[in-house]
Design a protein around this ligand. Structure first.
Ligand code: CMC
Length: 428
C-alpha cells in the first residue's frame, strides 16, 4: 500500500502521496496541491524542494556519501578515467572495452573548434575573466551547429551534440588560457588521451616538444572526476530549467557555466586562493579571519567552507586534501597557502560556530591548491570545474528531456503594491 501524508488545511484533511526513492529517500508529492487547495508551498532557495526524479547521482549529506550511477566516488576517483566517468554519467553504465574505444574515437574526432571562433578571442579585453569568455564561446557553438537548435532533432544529431561538447570543451578551455597569456593557440593532437590533450593544448608550444607529466595528468583526472556531477546543484538546476524551455544544449550548458561562476558555487575555488593569499599578506593570523567569518556584521565568509547538503563532511574534500598533499610532495612544491589552509581548517573545525552549523571544508577548499601547484592561473580554476562538471550537466539535461519534465516555472507569493491607477507624470 502506498504511503500518504495528511495535511490539515482550512478545516479539511488533504492526502498527499509519499514518494520513496531507491535509497529510501522520502518526498511528499505536492504536484496537485494548488489545484486541490489553492495553496502553493514557499521554499526560498529550494532548501526542501525536490525538482525531479533522478537516477544519476546519489548524495547523502549527513553520511558524506556520493555515488555516480551507484558507484562510490572514492572508487571512481581512484580507479577510473575521466572519459569513462563521462560515459557512465551519459549512458548509465560503465562502458565495456569496445564501447569505451568507440566513445573515445568519436570524442577525438570532434576536438577541433571551428576556425572562425578564433576571431572571437581578438575582441575580448586582455583581462577578460575566462568564465565570461567560456560561457560566450559555448553559446556561440550553437550558431555553428544550427541543427542543434531543433527540439525535434534525431537521436543521432543529439548524440553528436553531446560528443561535440565533451570533445571541444578542453580545446576551448585551453584557448581561453592561451588567449589570457597571449600565446599562440595549439591545435588538438588526437593521438593523446583526453586529459593529456588538454595539457598539451594548454602548456604546449609550437616550437617545443611537450612531455606529459604523469603526476599532473593523474591529479587532473581525479579532480575532473570529483567534479563530474553533484545532483541538483545551482548550475545543474540552471541547465535543466533552461533546457526545459527546449533551448538547445549549448545554450543550456552556457547558462550552467554562468551559474557555476558565482563565488558561492564553483567560483569558490578562485575565492579560496584569493582568501588564503589575503590571510598570508595580512600576516597569517588565522584566528582573526575566523572571527571575521563569524561576525554577522561582516560580509566575509570562510570561502571553501559549508555546503547546502553536506552537514558532516564533503567526501570530495577528503580525497582532494590527500591529493593536494601528494601532488605538492611529488612536484616538490612548498606552498604557504597549503599551510594556512590547514591551520584555518583546524581552527574552524574546533570552533563552536562552525561545529554547530555543520560547516566543513568543501570540494573547493583544497582544489585551488592543486591547480596552483600544477600551473593553472587562479582565474582559470572555475573553468577547470566546468570542464569536470560538463558530463553531469549533459546527463542532467538529457534525463530532464527523457523524463518529459514540464517547463520549469516556479510560483511566488506576491508582496508588492495592490492595484493602483496610473497618474500622469506632471501630477506625481
Ligand atoms: N563562513 C561563515 N559562515 C557560514 C559559511 C561560511 N563559509 N557558510 C555558512 N555559514 C553560516 C551562515 O551565515 C548561516 O549562519 P546562521 O544560521 O547564523 O544564519 C549558517 O552557516 C547556514 O548557512 P546558509 O548560508 O544558510 O547555508 P546555505 O546552504 O544557504 O549555503 C553555501 C551554502 C555553500 C552557499 C555557504 O555555506 C557558503 O557561502 N559557503 C562559502 C562559499 C563556498 O565555499 N561555496 C562552495 C560550495 S561547494 C562547491 C559547489 O558545489 O558549489
Amino acid at each position: 500500500m502506498s504511503e500518504i501524508a495528511k495535511l490539515e488545511l482550512d478545516g479539511e484533511t488533504i492526502e498527499l502521496p509519499i514518494i520513496t526513492g531507491t535509497e529510501n529517500e522520502k518526498a511528499i508529492d505536492i504536484s496537485k496541491l494548488r489545484a486541490q487547495t489553492g495553496y502553493i508551498t514557499l521554499d526560498r532557495g529550494f532548501k526542501n524542494t525536490g525538482s525531479c526524479n533522478s537516477a544519476i547521482t546519489f548524495l547523502n549529506g549527513e553520511e558524506g556519501i556520493l555515488r555516480y550511477r551507484g558507484y562510490p566516488i572514492e572508487q571512481l576517483a581512484d580507479k577510473a578515467s575521466f572519459l569513462e566517468v563521462c560515459y557512465l554519467l551519459l549512458y548509465g553504465n560503465l562502458p565495456t572495452k569496445s564501447q569505451y574505444e568507440s566513445f573515445k574515437i568519436s570524442i577525438s574526432k570532434h576536438t577541433l573548434v571551428h576556425e572562425d571562433m578564433k576571431r572571437f578571442f581578438e575582441a575580448y579585453p586582455a583581462k577578460a575573466h575566462p568564465m565570461g569568455i567560456l560561457a560566450s564561446m559555448i553559446c556561440s557553438m550553437s550558431t555553428f551547429y544550427p541543427e542543434s537548435q531543433d527540439p525535434n532533432r534525431s537521436e543521432e544529431a543529439f548524440e553528436l551534440t553531446m560528443h561535440r561538447l565533451i570533445a571541444k570543451l578542453p580545446t576551448l578551455a585551453a584557448m581561453v588560457y592561451k588567449n589570457s597569456v597571449r600565446h599562440p593557440f595549439m591545435y588538438p593532437k588526437n593521438d593523446l588521451e583526453y586529459i593529456e590533450n588538454f595539457m598539451y593544448m594548454t602548456w604546449g608550444m609550437p616550437t617545443e616538444e611537450f612531455e606529459v607529466d604523469p603526476v599532473v595528468a593523474s591529479a587532473l583526472n581525479k579532480l575532473l572526476i570529483l567534479h563530474a556531477d553533484h545532483e541538483q546543484n545551482c548550475s545543474a538546476s540552471t541547465v535543466r530549467i533552461v533546457g526545459s524551455s527546449q533551448a538547445n544544449l549549448y545554450a543550456s550548458i552556457s547558462a550552467g557555466v554562468s551559474a557555476l561562476w558565482g563565488p558561492l558555487h564553483g567560483g569558490a575555488n578562485q575565492a579560496v586562493i584569493e582568501m588564503l593569499e589575503a590571510i598570508e599578506a595580512d600576516g597569517g593570523d588565522v584566528d582573526k579571519w575566523v572571527a571575521k567569518a563569524k561576525d554577522k556584521s561582516d560580509p566575509f565568509r570562510l570561502m571553501g567552507f559549508g555546503h547546502r547538503v553536506y552537514k558532516n563532511f564533503d567526501p570530495r574534500a577528503l580525497i582532494i586534501k590527500k591529493a593536494a598533499d601528494d601532488v605538492l610532495a611529488k612536484l616538490g612544491i612548498v606552498d604557504p597557502a597549503l599551510e594556512i589552509a590547514k591551520k584555518l581548517e583546524k581552527v574552524a573545525l574546533e570552533d563552536e560556530y562552525f561545529k554547530s552549523r555543520g560547516l566543513y571544508p568543501n570540494v573547493d577548499f583544497y582544489s585551488g591548491i592543486i591547480y596552483r601547484a600544477i600551473g593553472i592561473p587562479t582565474e582559470m580554476f572555475t573553468v577547470m570545474f566546468a570542464l569536470g562538471r560538463l558530463p553531469g550537466w549533459i546527463a542532467q539535461w538529457k534525463e530532464m528531456l527523457e523524463s518529459k519534465d514540464p517547463i520549469g516555472r516556479p510560483r511566488q507569493v506576491y508582496v508588492g503594491e495592490n492595484a493602483r491607477d496610473y497618474i500622469p507624470m506632471e501630477e506625481r
